[in-house]
Design a protein around this ligand. Structure first.
Ligand SMILES: *Cc1c(COP(=O)(O)O)cnc(C)c1O
Ligand code: SF4
Length: 419
């Protein structure tokens, strides 16, 4: 950290007042290359940068900090800036909140038929924070924007009432920030409830990048692995959805051992990440990452497009470039790594994949496809948008061939799910 100039430290202080900042020794010592830190992907992934705020926002916070304003006096300014940063893209907060026995479950999202997200109350932080995170409002204490709950019993009742649900995803934050004891309390209750239609339990986590010791030498590591084994032995499938942005995250002895230990419990590790400018906007890098993951026994799963939130402008990669990066990577890995799908936008109507770029009857178009839809009938029906080299999200695309709406915009959806 001595490498940072006074100016860099001040930038971190300014941006860190608005966006979350947290890092640990493992990331500092094992993942960041301090010889070239200013362009190092892991440095950009964890350290706030000036360009992550607009000039106006940056200058405003800098102005007050230079005057010695304390955190509390600065809070209204910071809150207003945060609200400008689209803290809940794709209507995450208002939509998809289910209820059971007439009680809202604010820590649950049920958007796609088979799959439910669960934000356990104690899993709302992470071992370190990604500067591009779209869950950032959860860490920065705008309390009414926070998803959270600890009502495992309500979750169980909800799953029981929804036989179409096969998958429960523990998410956050990072659910693996929880101690083994707390996580076991959730899982044991779930297993005891013995719900036959619940087949797969998923854990979405970046802990293999930020703190692999969770599965090796940490207190509770052995018990955690035993718990994973227990889930698999109960006849349900436990899958670990690991967030990896860069091959370097797979390079340490600690992560190799953690992956091996998790796999030995019968848990399958699947991998996913967004494309981020300056971190991983390079097809060869993705190919290397997918090859490495496959060799380590992990299954490449999703490549995402960056969401429109937080420091989005700093990291945005156009759909056109995301698609080229995907194609370049996908075309050079063997079939067993081509389990991956993308690039995909988790947008309000669903997960929309950029399938390709084509010229049809003299018009350049993007070919798009729903990998998941708010309406399951939308899935797997390719559709077309006018080619736009600058578009970075679905709402920047227009239908091709003179249509005035995309097909899914014509179809009725239940009132409460309209954005
Ligand atoms: C991505 C996502 C899921 C999981 O979708 P899969 O395609 O089954 O991995 C579930 N809920 C929401 C809201 C999602 O964005
Ligand atoms: S690990 Fe996930 S939830 Fe945590 S900061 Fe990174 S992207 Fe956000």
């Amino acid at each position: 950290m001595e490498l940072l100039s006074e100016e860099q430290k001040f930038i971190i202080e300014v941006v860190g007042h608005v966006l979350p900042f947290k890092v640990n020794n493992y990331v500092l010592d094992e993942l960041i290359d301090w010889k070239n830190f200013e362009t190092d992907p892991m440095y950009l992934l964890t350290f706030p940068q000036k360009g992550m705020l607009s000039e106006d926002h940056f200058n405003e916070v800098a102005h007050w900090l230079k005057k010695g304003t304390d955190k509390y006096a600065l809070k209204p300014v910071v809150d207003r800036i945060r609200l400008d940063l689209n803290p809940h893209p794709a209507g995450q907060k208002e939509q998809n909140v289910p209820s059971v026995h007439g009680i809202d479950l604010p820590g649950v999202q049920h958007k796609y038929n088979e799959t439910m997200l669960f934000f356990p109350r104690r899993g709302q932080t992470c071992h370190a924070y990604c500067t591009f995170c779209f869950r950032w409002p959860q860490f920065v204490g705008i309390s009414d924007l926070k998803f959270a709950m600890n009502e495992t019993n309500l979750v169980i009742d909800y799953i029981k009432a929804h036989p179409e649900l096969t998958d429960l995803i523990f998410t956050g934050g990072d659910p693996m920030i929880m101690s083994t004891e707390v996580f076991a309390a959730y899982l044991n209750e779930l297993l005891e409830a013995d719900i036959p239609h619940l087949k797969n339990i998923r854990i979405g986590s970046k802990s293999l990048t930020f703190w692999p010791y969770k599965y090796t030498t940490d207190p509770g590591a052995k018990e955690l692995l035993d718990l994973f084994r227990k889930v698999n032995e109960s006849g349900k499938h436990l899958t670990f959805m690991a967030h990896f942005n860069h091959p370097v995250e797979l390079s340490t002895p600690a992560v190799a051992e953690a992956i091996k230990n998790i796999r030995e419990t019968g848990t399958q590790i699947r991998t996913q990440a967004p494309v981020m400018k300056g971190i991983n906007d390079d097809g060869d890098l993705w190919a290397e990452m997918w090859r490495k993951q496959t060799t380590m026994g992990c299954v490449p799963y999703y490549m995402f497009v960056a969401r429109d939130t937080g420091a989005r402008d700093f990291f945005a990669v156009s759909l056109d470039n995301c698609y080229e990066i995907f194609r370049k990577a996908y075309s050079q890995v063997s079939g067993i790594a081509r389990t991956v799908r993308g690039p995909s936008m988790s947008a309000a109507p669903g997960k929309v994949q950029v399938l390709g770029k084509q010229e049809i009857m003299g018009q350049e178009v993007f070919v798009l496809n729903f990998l998941q839809g708010r309406n399951p009938d939308w899935v797997g029906r390719p559709f077309f948008a006018k080619y736009n080299p600058d578009a970075a999200w679905l709402d920047e695309l227009e239908p091709a061939f003179g249509e005035d709406e995309f097909f899914y915009e014509r179809e009725s959806v239940p009132q409460e799910t309209l954005s």
